[in-house]
Design a binder for this molecule. Structure first.
Ligand code: PSU
Ligand code: MN
Length: 328
């Protein structure tokens, strides 16, 4: 997939030219950036993509919409332009206004779209939120190089039985977008997740720490493959990787601020309990992460949500600084 010109036309012309005269439909026909994002990309200004599964499946209403707006403001505060990505009305929208965000947050039939689901949501006209994998696909097609999220999907605990490995890992291996996250949630098997990332050729770089952070916790007990604290150095790596067109993504792991973390030892108990609850209730596949997030919210009496909001905002600010450095 190469970033190409964005043909903002709907297929299905009224006067139907012969099959041979009709231009082929490409995925870029379905990609609709806002005017602000389109102009920023055309001028080489820094743009940061944001996912929307965190809005529809990661946080309860109204915290989800409030957080989405705060995160956009954080990115603007660092001098970059935010572009929240979602599927609405049969288009992959790059940048959402307040009404779009509200619609997405309140709709109850929203598809959680990974690589397998994105085209289905577009062709069926159903609203869809994008995971890390689908957000990377859309960002790349639109020409956006930096993306901020909370946590990536990975190899689930027990994957040797279930084969549950997030498509986020394959996407990081193939699509040249830099993703800033707070590490991998400890409901995943973190060592196996790192192994798959290495196999897929993804550099995993911790920011401001030697360890791979574990989402709600700053520590995982597992050393990160690389560490870079300077956004200029991260931007240089991004530009260098881009020169090797087929080298895929870069993963930056940024620990949650200390004042908002829930230590690993405490989190482990909540995670074990909620994974056991998921098994008991027969929750499987792509429903596991949303279920566990909701369950942990209850088990921590709402504290995990405060942590989640803090880490997403922290990642958005870092992503914006990297995008600014890369645009300079
Ligand atoms: N982590 C969160 N909240 C989320 C997700 C991860 O704290 O909403 C979402 C992200 O969009 C991620 C996706 O890409 O879950 C992974 O889902 P799966 O394992 O089904 O690929
Ligand atoms: Mn899965």
């Amino acid at each position: 997939m190469r970033p190409g010109p964005l043909f903002l036309v709907c297929p299905g012309p009224p006067a139907s030219p012969s099959r041979s005269e009709r231009p082929p439909v490409t995925h870029t026909d379905f990609i609709l950036p806002t005017e602000e994002v389109r102009a920023a990309l055309a001028d080489g200004k820094p743009v940061v993509a944001l996912e929307s599964t965190i809005i529809t499946h990661g946080m309860p209403f109204p915290d989800n919409v409030e957080t989405a707006r705060l995160v956009e403001a954080d990115i603007r505060g660092e001098g970059a332009i935010p572009a929240t990505i979602a599927v609405l009305d049969g288009k992959i929208r790059i940048g959402l206004d307040d009404d779009d965000l509200d619609r997405l947050a309140k709709a109850d039939n929203v598809m959680k779209c990974s690589r397998a689901d994105l085209a289905f949501a577009v062709s069926s006209g159903r609203p869809g939120s994008t995971t890390v994998a689908a957000t990377m696909m859309a960002a790349h097609a639109a020409g956006i190089k930096v993306f901020a999220t909370g946590g990536i999907g990975g190899v689930h605990k027990g994957a040797e039985e279930t084969f549950d490995v997030s498509a986020d890992l394959d996407e990081l291996g193939r699509t040249p977008v830099l993703v800033v996250c707070a590490g991998a949630k400890a409901l995943l098997d973190i060592p196996k997740t790192l192994e798959v990332l290495e196999t897929r050729g993804v550099p995993v770089i911790a920011h401001g720490t030697d360890e791979l952070p574990a989402f709600w916790s700053r520590e995982s007990g597992i050393k990160a493959p690389y560490r870079l604290d300077d956004t200029g150095e991260i931007a240089r790596l991004l530009v260098t990787r881009a020169a090797f067109g087929d080298h895929g993504g870069v993963l930056i792991a940024n620990p949650v601020p200390a004042e908002n973390e829930i230590p690993q030892a405490e989190m482990a108990g909540y995670i074990d309990t909620s994974i056991a609850n998921a098994v008991k209730q027969g929750v499987k596949g792509k429903d596991v992460t949303p279920f566990v997030l909701g369950d942990i919210l209850k088990l921590t009496g709402g504290r995990s949500l405060v942590t989640n909001i803090a880490l997403v905002r922290n990642n958005a600010r870092l992503a914006a600084r990297i995008a600014v450095a890369a645009a300079a």
